[in-house]
Design a protein around this ligand. Structure first.
Ligand SMILES: *Cc1c(COP(=O)(O)O)cnc(C)c1O
Length: 394
């Protein structure tokens, strides 16, 4: 990349590209590789002394995965990045880089639920203790939770399903004062609306399956690191046998190039749907930090430069399940399925009350919407008809 610009759209278009090294081809080529041949013993030995800085073995990276890592590290303001086979693998590989038996981990209570299960199951079996904390916690309050063996504070902002915005600088200041490593799941704000490393976080974790790939057709994760956190995370990825497949890295990089325009449209559509839903009498509250009524709005405005298309809704207490099912079953544009960040609109019934411990979750029945790129009037008409079905079945 020759540009010195730091503007997100320019970086999204140019970062990680080196046409001069590839016959002028605009996009980094896909290299399929396991074996990498050396011409001499001296060359073979030199390669293996330096396995993360050059192409040494397929699992440790190809020119394609290096290009993807360089692109995201540049856009997110990191020193280097580590590509993973999925977002979950990036979360887990980052945690494993820093904890050992006997350690304590402070985990945000609104964490993506498979990471919660990893902590309460896998880590617990290996003698790592997890303390869940309120996502709305203050710096002072989190300091009180720190034990002599607390090694990591893990953040996710906004949180999964409930979208609380965390006071990242306050938490990071406490962590730094105690020599504790911080990592933040930045999937909602990626690739360009939030840059946790600039606020002092040590590892910026992204499920690239969402907006970076952006077309619901590949799985990929990435951990963006500082100079200090790179080697621990890179070694952790190698130790768990992680491999970022070249075709998927290519799809993720192709997605990056158009992410600027897509994200602005997802933001606009998401806000329009959130405002529509907030005005509906069937709705108790909408969980979207971009809404002025949201408890996280001020922190979001301070730390983020935009919002993606994913948000939560709590329906009025006592809304019967059969009525909600009728509303969701009949949508013609909102697909029902896990994951998000593609071009299509989605909806899911969610159950934060079954997961949350601190504080307990207490609202009416919850849904999660993803605003896709369809015509906004069509989307609102689909929601309108859904509320008519809800009413008829109540
Ligand atoms: C989807 C998601 C993940 C996991 O990503 P995968 O690519 O599906 O493994 C992690 N964190 C958050 C916040 C997510 O939404």
């Amino acid at each position: 990349m020759r540009t010195k610009s730091t503007k997100p759209d320019t970086l999204l278009a140019h970062a990680g590209r080196h046409p001069e090294k590839n016959f002028g081809v605009v996009n980094p080529p896909v290299y399929h590789a396991s074996t990498i041949l050396s011409q001499t013993v001296a060359e073979y030995e030199a390669l293996n002394r330096n396995r993360f800085n050059q192409v040494t073995y397929g699992r440790h990276g190809t020119p394609t995965s290096f290009a993807f890592e360089e692109a995201v590290a540049t856009i997110q303001g990191g020193a280097r990045a580590v590509a993973f086979c999925s977002g979950a693998a990036a979360c887990i590989g980052s945690i494993l880089a820093y904890v050992k038996t006997g350690d304590n981990l402070l985990m945000v209570d609104s964490v993506y639920s498979p990471v919660r299960s990893f902590c309460t199951g896998f880590l617990n079996r290996f003698g790592v203790e997890t303390t869940f904390y309120d996502p709305m916690i203050s710096g002072e309050a989190i300091e009180k939770l720190i034990k002599p063996n607390t090694r990591v504070i893990y953040l996710e902002s906004p949180g999964s399903l409930t979208f609380e915005v965390q006071d990242v600088p306050a938490i990071v200041a406490v962590a730094k004062a105690h020599g504790i490593t911080t990592m933040l799941d930045n999937t909602w704000g990626a690739p360009m609306f939030f840059k946790p490393l600039a606020l002092g976080v040590d590892i910026d974790i992204i499920s690239a399956t969402k907006y970076i790939v952006g077309h619901s057709d590949a799985m990929m994760g990435i951990a963006v690191c500082t100079k200090e956190s790179f080697l621990p995370v890179r070694n952790s990825a190698a130790d768990i046998g992680n491999h970022a497949a070249p075709d998927d890295c290519y799809l993720a990089m192709r997605g990056l190039r158009t992410a600027g325009v897509r994200m602005r449209q997802h933001q606009k559509q998401g806000l329009a749907l959130a405002e529509y839903l907030e005005a509906r009498p069937e709705v108790e509250r909408v969980m979207h930090p971009g809404l002025p009524s949201d408890p996280g709005h001020a922190l979001w405005k301070r730390d983020f430069t935009g919002a993606c298309g994913l948000f939560g809704v709590a329906l009025k207490r006592g809304t019967p399940k059969k009525a909600i099912d009728a509303m969701l079953d009949g949508y013609t544009l909102f697909g029902m399925g896990a994951s998000w960040g593609g071009f299509e609109s989605l909806v899911l019934p969610t159950h934060p009350e079954q997961l949350r411990t601190t504080p307990k979750w207490d609202t009416g029945p919850c849904l999660r919407y993803h605003a896709g790129l369809e015509d906004i009037d069509d989307l609102i008409a689909d929601l309108d008809q859904g509320f008519a079905r809800l009413k008829a079945a109540s």
